[in-house]
Design a protein around this ligand. Sequence first.
Ligand code: BTN
Length: 243
Amino acid sequence: IGKEVIHFDTIGSTNDYAKEIAGDSIDGTIVVSEEQTKGRGRRGKEWHSIKGDGIWLSIILKPDIYPHKAPFITQIAGASIVKSLRNLGIDASIKWPNDIIVNNKKVSGILTELGAEIDQINYIVLGIGMNVKTMNFPEEINSIATSIFKEGYDVKRIDILKNILEEFEKLYLDYTERNDKSSCIKICKESSAILGKKIYIINGDKKRKVKCIDINEEGNLVIINEDNDIEELISGEVSIRGE
Ligand code: BTN
């Protein structure tokens, strides 16, 4: 990871750029920018990416895996982000599978995009956004978004970035070379913001209230549903809200 690094002062979206060059890039190529003018979040939302305020990063991955295995790459990203923040003394947790939380607010999100053919993946663009120095958020997200600085931690962007890449590389190789998910799942469980709690699961326009009881050895979220049955959720299929 990071043998090839492409750095911009400003760009539309590092994910868009990464997708453009993915075909000709090597596995682990990194695209970072100081600013994004068209940063994208999940579900078509905008992602505010002010100059110098955060980490706006995309990693081009070319693992030899099938599309159904791709969601776990997102979980690996989440685990490596939370682990790196904890390494730096920041009390962060994961709202399975995509969001990283500090003091109940979101500091970091992940946008994974695939270039896939019938049953083989050509590439994965893993987009990571982290608010590091941001002090002012737009009105509509102010109550749910935060930054590392805003929560009282004075940590350099470069130290966070280095940590994320190191932690990511370990877990990525565990998974892609040894099919070993265990370290990632251990981190996801230890640092979970939702285990043992009641949450809302949103799927299309359906909303259900359930209780999270485990993240199993596949990395799926195990819940007790509204009928008191045990159910497994695969990441990438649902969206989760706190109670
Ligand atoms: C989310 O939580 O909605 C995902 C946010 C992902 C943002 C990052 S910033 C770098 C990369 N480029 C983008 O346009 N989006 C991702």
